[in-house]
Ligand binder design. Structure first.
Ligand code: AMP
Length: 193
């Protein structure tokens, strides 16, 4: 099994973020799950990869050529794929992986998570998408997603596709037991309007 982790190219200001990235990398390796990520050495990205490698895991990085220097491509990975664009990076990470977990991060992390989630909503894949809500970092985003649901811009089953947990074991268990909603429901619900 392979899990893709999206996370900050920065480390954030609180030590909890770095700790969580290390915990996740270690837990994946110990569970025999390969890590797919953006291939960088910087920020939480570097931390999750380093921890997985230190715990004996396989780590596959996917990095666009123009970011090899800026994000310092990791030189100690099991595999490093250099691709020609962000689009190729995201498509390759998605194809290689059986599920997606976002740690705290910035706009790059949000964009990557939201893209795979929307692909899931459209039925392009049936893979779990999860938010590791370390120290409540994503509380306001989660509140906004609930607001979007209350206001009629998201259906509850599709809001519920995004798995959320602040605790790692329970997040990994949700990822493992995830069942995608049936796409047909989405089509029906559209025609009900
Ligand atoms: P950030 O969360 O902004 O620190 O970025 C995390 C990762 O997302 C970095 O590897 C960025 O290169 C990447 N990233 C930034 N913008 C995008 C984008 N539009 N599409 C895909 N990846 C991106």
């Amino acid at each position: 099994m392979r899990i893709c982790v999206f996370c900050g190219s920065s480390a954030g200001n609180q030590p909890e973020y770095l700790d969580a990235a290390k915990q996740l990398g270690t837990a994946l390796a110990k569970a025999g799950i390969d890590l797919v990520y953006g291939g960088a050495q910087v920020g939480l990205m570097g931390a999750v990869a380093d921890a997985a490698i230190a715990a004996g895991g396989n780590v596959i990085g996917v990095i666009p050529r123009h970011l090899v220097e800026r994000e310092l491509a990791h030189t100690g990975l099991t595999e490093l794929h250099e691709v020609s664009s962000m689009h190729e990076r995201k498509a390759m990470m998605a194809d290689l992986s059986d599920g997606f977990i976002a740690l705290p991060g910035g706009v790059g992390t949000f964009e990557e998570l939201f893209e795979v989630w929307t692909w899931g909503q459209l039925g392009h894949h049936q893979k779990p998408c999860a938010l590791f809500n370390v120290s409540g970092y994503y509380d306001k985003l989660i509140a906004f997603l609930d607001h979007a649901t209350t206001e009629g811009f998201m259906k509850q089953p599709y809001r519920d596709m995004l798995l959320v947990d602040a605790e790692l074991d329970s997040l990994l268990s949700k990822v493992k037991h995830y069942e995608a909603p049936k796409v047909a429901k989405w089509v029906e619900s559209k025609s009900e309007r």
